[in-house]
Design a protein around this ligand. Structure first.
Ligand SMILES: C[S@@+](CC[C@H](N)C(=O)[O-])C[C@H]1O[C@@H](n2cnc3c(N)ncnc32)[C@H](O)[C@@H]1O
Length: 228
């Protein structure tokens, strides 16, 4: 029932008492975590009432309504004042939205563990969680239906300072020379070169600034590729 992407996310969740899956949609993830004894109980939350209904139907079909509570609302605002899940999972959202979700309740910077799989702006997510007092414990990548996905697990704690390259591409992915990381950077590098070639024919102060920033990113990408 779990896609390979969701299985990668589930594999990053350590055994715990209480997990919150924010943006759960179909609730496949908490159903898997409870069924496999990885979590004792779960909140499956979503802002969409349609998704909450879908989640509830799937949870009932699995006979897990005593273990998984569906809550409809924005981000972590569905948690009560002093509720702090052992693990918060946010998967399948954009990075900036995931950051907003983490900021939406104090438990977004207090929960002992975070497992995050975001579709873009992953650098901003790494920066946000590290500045909120988390230490990245592991990262993983996979390809599903031709798309590359990255998942991050983090625990409360401090790490040695990250370099810009590590924020962009992940300390563990760089260290382990993750095979899909090269593919990801090469793809992103081509995108930047395409934009730069379009901007070449254009003038203006904003264009110049954009070009300088893209050139800087392109140098960092090349640097990362040399490490792999
Ligand atoms: C693409 S689905 C991901 C579903 C599942 N987590 C996964 O990884 O397959 C994103 C879900 O996030 C929900 N969502 C978007 N913004 C949200 C927010 N601010 N708070 C809670 N859920 C949100 C959407 O309604 C949608 O069901």
């Amino acid at each position: 029932m779990l896609s390979e992407r969701l299985k990668m996310v589930a594999d990053m969740v350590d055994k715990c008492r209480f997990v919150a899956d924010i943006g759960t949609d179909h609730a496949y993830l908490p159903i898997y975590l409870i069924k496999n004894g990885i979590a004792g109980r779960a909140v499956a939350a979503d802002i969409s009432s349609g998704s909450c209904k879908k989640a509830l139907d799937n949870i009932r079909r699995s006979g897990l309504e005593d273990y998984i509570e569906v809550r409809c609302g924005n981000g972590l605002e569905v948690m009560t004042e002093d509720e702090i899940p052992d693990t918060i999972v946010i998967s399948g959202m954009g990075g900036m939205l995931a950051i907003d979700v983490l900021k939406s309740h104090k438990c977004g910077s207090l929960a002992p563990c975070l497992v995050l799989q975001v579709q873009r702006d992953i650098c901003a997510v790494r920066k946000h969680i590290i500045s909120s007092g988390y230490k990245i414990k592991a990262e993983d990548m996979l390809r599903e239906d031709g798309k590359l996905y990255t998942a991050i697990s983090a625990v409360k704690g401090r790490d040695t300072e990250y370099t810009e390259l590590e924020y962009m591409f992940g300390r563990y992915l760089l260290k382990s020379k993750a095979p899909l990381l090269r593919e990801y950077i090469e793809y992103e590098h081509k995108k930047i070169l395409n934009v730069l070639s379009r901007l070449e024919k254009m003038d203006g102060e904003d264009i110049k600034k954009r070009r300088t920033e893209l050139e800087r990113l392109s140098v960092l990408q090349k640097e990362a590729l040399e490490c792999l």
